[in-house]
Design a protein around this ligand. Sequence first.
Ligand code: 5GP
Length: 201
Amino acid sequence: MAEGILLIISGPSGVGKGTVCRHLMSIKDTVKLSVSTTTRSPRTGEEEGREYNFTTLSRFKEMINEGAFLEWAVVHGHYYGTSLSTVQSHLAGGEVLILEIDVQGAAQIRKKSPDSVFVFLAPPSLEALENRITGRGTESPEKINRRLITARREMNSYHLYDYIVVNDTVEQAAALIGAIIDAEKCKVSRGARPPGWGGES
Ligand code: 5GP
């Protein structure tokens, strides 16, 4: 079986990465989303093990020392990391695994796993993004301000990615990412062969 595909999706806070990823999984049932570990507290409606594995700072630091993370970063003052063993087992099973991570994490994966696919999800405009961050209503003005600053900085990192997908509508953005996955699966360098070819190189 061909190795799976690691698909990195980044984009500024508020661009709608979570919604697009959920829609993508609803139209492509072979796509799985990696659940990260974080030291931030759960938001209302979030569940342990579904959105994140929530943990303490001291446990997170232990996990760094144990080599448990493929990548980790501090975002908005909290630690976030991707489990190395989760990624390894999904890829060995030939699956498409999405990592919804920030630009620092994506840069680490570019070095460690360069054949991953890097997608930058962009808003239709900066104004639309700022309206979404301000309007979410779940956070204090200080936290909103921090997210706005990070969002503008993250927009400047688009050139580190292979693809830019604009989140005009969730359906269009998810369909485009689905098309990117289909194209990646057709790559000879990923093991695609003509029917009956048997996989010899
Ligand atoms: P939130 O707290 O709003 O769910 O996520 C904040 C930011 O952390 C988002 O940009 C999200 O993509 C990023 N993030 C979530 N999980 C990870 C991870 O495992 N590693 C890295 N580097 N960033 C992450």
